[in-house]
Design a protein around this ligand. Structure first.
Ligand SMILES: [Zn+2]
Length: 223
């Protein structure tokens, strides 16, 4: 973002009001990025509030299951889901995932959580730690059905959007490398997803972007 600011200062001719607006935009975006990356309590709790709201909206509108009790009939679909640890009215940990068969995937997760089965997956490790330390019970682990999507590319795009929009280095268990598959609609190349900033019409905008890694390919999807 600093490079972008330098670029704007060099090239853009702005009125005082436009500069003021740009500073506001900058501070707002900086604030969001601090909430995502900071480990200090102040910013962490602000991000926790964002995720709390996100969780409550899901619970109000989607099917969800706790205590590892799943309704197979409702879950035999391909789609996007979220696992949340939510206890004592507080968002503790989240994870966004997608699968061709949600029921099978959730059974897999539940076998890796609250058992001595070892797992290298970050979400299992973190949930097991919370359970061991009695910070949560299995009743506080919510499996939420977010969307039914059959098409693989659409499903991964939806998952990626949600991973970027809920990003938090402390409160979300998703790994950094979220797009491993060759899903570019133009060249079938590998895509990259990130949070970025753009300068447009004299304003700064926070954007979420999925972009092709192949430099010859122009494909990008901004949301
Ligand atoms: Zn491409």
């Amino acid at each position: 973002m600093k490079e972008l600011i330098k670029f704007i200062k060099k090239t853009a001719v702005l009125t005082n009001a436009e500069i003021k607006q740009l500073e506001n935009d900058y501070n707002e975006i900086k604030f969001l990025h601090e909430k995502i990356h900071s480990k200090t309590d102040e910013f962490l709790n602000l991000r926790r509030n964002d995720l709390d709201l996100f969780f409550k909206n899901l619970i109000a509108t989607c099917d969800f299951f706790t205590n590892f009790i799943f309704d197979k009939k409702k879950l035999e679909f391909s789609g996007v889901y979220m696992i949340c640890a939510y206890a004592n009215n507080e968002f503790i940990l989240g994870y966004i995932g997608e699968s061709k068969n949600i029921y099978k995937r959730w059974i897999y997760h539940s076998k890796k959580i609250n058992t001595k089965n070892s797992s290298s997956q970050r979400v299992h490790k973190q949930l097991n730690k919370l359970l061991r330390e009695n910070k949560i019970t299995t009743n506080d682990i919510y499996f939420i059905k977010i969307a039914e999507i059959n098409n693989l590319r659409e499903r991964i795009f939806h998952e990626t959007e949600l991973i970027l929009k809920t990003k938090s280095i402390k409160l979300m268990a998703n790994n950094k490398n979220i797009l491993r598959l060759k899903l570019c609609p133009i060249c079938d190349g590998v895509l990259n997803a990130k949070i970025d900033v753009i300068f447009k019409n004299n304003r700064l905008y926070n954007i979420y972007i999925i972009k092709c890694k192949n430099k010859q390919c122009m494909y990008e999807h901004i949301f």
